[in-house]
Design a binder for this molecule. Structure first.
Ligand code: PMV
Length: 354
């Protein structure tokens, strides 16, 4: 929603998380603008896993404010987290593009199930860039917004589009060729879905930001992974275009295994999977073997929770399999999402907490 008078503008946007089929892991350069070592491909999820962000621009003197899920976050100085500093950098960059010096109050909330331990930085980064683009009347293209969202959180650059999305790694040092493009709109293969099995809701021990740099610096297998992920991205795009679930599922599972192998190969090792995750891996292979074809694929990010990619036709079979695993605490189902949108409903506009 855009409310405008001479000195104040308020705009709200919503964006959703994405689950990578081929993962981004490892940054090139100094890591500060999230340039990846390899391309990646993902599915944008639905609004069950969304961030809603309101940007309020006002002329009076004051400082920028950032409120995440009801809590004020520092954006400058020693107390500021890396993500908050990157948000401040994005605000400054987009205001400079618009030649608009008003200060900003940013209020962002997640619809993520509380206590699920699922990451939200991709949704939040994309929602912020779309809300700022609208509030500042920049009218940037999806690709241009994707470049900016990447600098907040790498995977955020894929949440700028709906359906199946590819992040091309790019080669330039300034990152202008490292952004995402849509491979297929949700309508191309609407039966695809993600069933998330939450096995541990606690915060991850090693942040993805630290992990990206540690693996890039110390991993030996990582050299092998770059080519593997490039080929995997091409294979995944091909399988999506042909709607070949069997081929897509194998590509997804092999990439997840490759990711967790390079994590373990980091020094000191990074281990995100737990016993329940491993039980799920075995149960998916057993189920696929029993069916005589791949009806589901597991994939794990920087944490132990399983994302099971499947199609509507086999949804019930996957749910039954997951319900048989003791370590599964809750299940979240997500269909494909259509990408970010500016919200027109004034009632949806977020205000900072009183
Ligand atoms: O965007 P980041 O820095 O949170 O990194 C995301 C890394 C993975 O989730 C493990 C993989 C991916 O491509 O989403």
């Amino acid at each position: 929603m855009l409310r405008d008078n001479m000195t104040e503008t308020t705009c709200t946007a919503r964006a959703t998380a994405n689950i990578a089929f081929i993962k981004y892991w490892g940054k090139r350069g100094d890591g500060s603008i999230n340039l990846p070592l390899n391309p990646s491909i993902s599915m944008t999820l639905d609004e069950g896993l969304a961030a809603t962000t309101t940007v309020h621009l006002a002329e009076q003197n004051g400082e920028d404010e950032l409120w995440l899920n009801g809590k004020r976050e520092e954006m400058r100085g020693g107390a500021a987290s890396e993500k908050s500093r990157y948000i401040q950098r994005t605000l400054d960059h987009m205001r400079a593009l618009a030649r608009d010096q008003r200060h900003a109050v940013v209020v962002s909330e997640n619809s993520f199930p509380t206590g699920s331990g699922l990451a939200s930085s991709a949704a939040g980064g994309a929602a912020l860039v779309v809300a700022l683009d609208s509030a500042l009347k920049l009218g940037l293209s999806g690709e241009a917004m994707s470049v900016i969202a990447r600098t907040i959180s790498g995977s955020a650059c894929r949440s700028l589009f709906g359906g199946i999305v590819k992040w091309q790694a790019g080669a330039r040092e300034d990152g202008t060729d490292s952004y995402s493009v849509q491979v297929a709109a949700p309508g191309h293969w609407p039966e695809l879905m993600d069933i998330i099995a939450v096995v541990d809701a606690s915060k991850k021990k090693v942040s993805s930001s630290e992990g990206h740099m540690a693996t890039a610096k110390t991993g030996v297998l990582m050299r092998e992974r770059i080519g593997f992920a490039e080929e995997g991205t091409a294979r995944a795009v091909d399988a999506v275009m042909r709607r070949d679930f069997g081929a897509l599922a194998e590509t997804i599972m092999r990439d997840s295994n490759s990711l967790h192998a390079v994590m373990l190969d980091t020094w000191p090792p990074i281990i995100y999977l737990n016993d329940a995750s491993k039980e799920i891996i075995e149960a998916v292979h057993e189920m696929n073997g029993h069916e005589g074809r791949n009806i589901a694929a597991y994939t794990f990010d920087a944490g132990p929770n399983a994302h099971i990619i499947t199609t509507e036709a086999d949804r019930q079979r996957v749910l039954d399999m997951l319900r048989g695993i003791k370590g599964v605490r809750s299940i979240i189902e997500s269909r494909q999402g259509g990408g970010p949108r500016v919200i027109e409903d004034p009632a949806a506009r977020l205000g900072k907490p009183a």
